[in-house]
Design a protein around this ligand. Structure first.
Ligand SMILES: C[S@@+](CC[C@H](N)C(=O)[O-])C[C@H]1O[C@@H](n2cnc3c(N)ncnc32)[C@H](O)[C@@H]1O
Length: 243
């Protein structure tokens, strides 16, 4: 068996190459926009306390900033971190207040410096997603919210996210090779890591609403709503508060 830490892929070059597609509703990254909207359902409005700084949100591996409008719309000052320079420039164009080019395995921020930390669709691309979750918890203040979403390490996820999603000739299809099933995330280890770092995550699954999907494919709709599911065996989201 290949060690996951030995799996290397030039994802950053891939995302630099796709940077002009972040905001294209029918481009290769379109489903990330649908998931960002579902993530926003778990985002509490920013607390505005007189005499205190504006509430701060860190978007870990922010890509082209698809979560930006949701975060700024709820009153947060938004910082993004990613390694793809061209994607970070997109994020700045879409409402991010600040972007930092860094590896999410070692977040260049102080402990407890953010009120909310989000990590969407990135854990399944890194050799050690549990270390990233540990870092996300470290920079989150007590009482703050962590929201993560990623892909489960199951045969069902491999079939849906790779065999179907990367091969069916449909709009919103990610390039072949975007996902490596060996990097998919173990749910039990993810929740255990978050718990060990003070965050009890509640998991739920997500899937596209089929009626929207049919209309999207037919060109009669520009977005697909994601709906929550009990099963977390493919795409799933975890949210929790740091104690
Ligand atoms: C699938 S995209 C998700 C982007 C964004 N979170 C979203 O949901 O729209 C994955 C992102 O992770 C970034 N990424 C992958 N590995 C990284 C690393 N080690 N450090 C920083 N960013 C990384 C890529 O550049 C890309 O922008």
């Amino acid at each position: 068996m290949v060690e996951r830490s030995a799996i290397r892929k030039d994802f950053i070059a891939d995302y630099d190459g796709l940077a002009d597609q972040w905001w294209d509703p029918r481009g290769a990254l379109a489903p990330l926009g649908w998931i960002a909207r579902a993530r926003a359902d778990h985002l509490p409005p920013a607390e505005q306390r007189p005499g205190h700084r504006q509430a701060c949100l860190l978007d870990v591996a922010c890509g082209g900033g698809l979560f930006g409008p949701y975060a700024t719309g709820r009153g947060y000052r938004v910082t993004g971190v990613d390694l793809s320079e061209l994607s970070l420039q997109e994020a700045l164009r879409h409402g991010f207040d600040e972007v930092v080019r860094a590896d999410i395995a070692e977040l260049p921020f102080d402990d407890a410096s953010f009120d909310v930390v989000t990590a969407g669709q990135c854990l399944e691309h890194v050799p050690d997603p549990y270390a990233v979750v540990g870092e996300a918890c470290r920079v989150l203040r007590p009482g703050g919210t962590l929201i993560v979403d990623t892909i489960a390490d199951t045969a069902a996820a491999r079939f849906v996210s790779i065999t179907l999603a990367e091969n069916l000739p449909l709009p919103g299809r990610p390039p072949r090779g975007t996902h490596d099933h060996r990097l998919f995330v173990n749910r039990e280890r993810l929740t255990r890591t978050a718990r060990a770092n003070g965050v009890e995550l509640t998991l739920q699954g997500l899937r596209p609403r089929m009626r929207d999907m049919a209309r999207y494919v037919a060109g009669r709709r520009e977005e697909v709503r994601m709906v929550p599911t009990k099963s977390t065996s493919v795409l799933f989201l975890g949210a929790g508060t740091k104690c």
